[in-house]
Ligand binder design. Structure first.
Ligand code: CMP
Length: 140
């Protein structure tokens, strides 16, 4: 499997719980490298555009409101099979279904407040990384 990049977001609940370092350590322990990072307060337009694929879903409004409720940490992770590996480290979207030892099992409180986001496919990763980072902000 080739080296890949994926977008990771530590969501407002993860920032409030002050577990940024613990989450990054979990990525690093599994061989992923943070090759770009910034802590930002998303605007409503940024959050809506990022999650545009979910615009028709009933939870869209709630999702956007939550994502702008406080700062987030945006990161590009790089490594062997990074997209799948990140999703494995995060655990299932619904923390009630997440495996033991995953980020969401450890820190998430609900499907909405689920601590982290990770790209789900190579095309999505390309779009999501480009949404938040210029190429010259990513340093392998
Ligand atoms: P994320 O991986 O960031 O991608 C879309 C997000 O929508 C998902 O995590 C959840 O936090 C959020 N969401 C809220 N409600 C639901 C729901 N009922 N089903 C799926 N995702 C939901």
């Amino acid at each position: 499997m080739a080296t890949q990049r994926t977008l990771s977001i530590i969501k407002p609940d993860g920032i409030k719980k002050n577990v940024t370092g613990k989450i990054i350590a979990m990525f690093e322990e599994k061989g992923l490298r943070v090759v770009a990072a910034k802590r930002v307060q998303l605007t409503k337009a940024e959050a809506e555009g990022f999650y545009a694929v979910h615009r028709q879903r009933p939870f869209f409004g709630e999702l956007v409101t939550f994502m702008v409720s406080g700062p987030v940490m945006l990161m590009v992770l790089e490594g062997e099979d990074a997209i799948a590996k990140n999703r494995e480290i995060m655990g299932a979207t619904d923390p009630a279904k997440a495996a033991a030892g995953t980020i969401r099992k450890l820190y998430a409180s609900s499907i909405g407040e689920n601590t982290v986001h990770g790209s789900d496919a190579p095309e999505t990763a390309k779009f999501e990384i480009g949404w938040f980072f210029a190429e010259n902000e990513i340093i392998s």
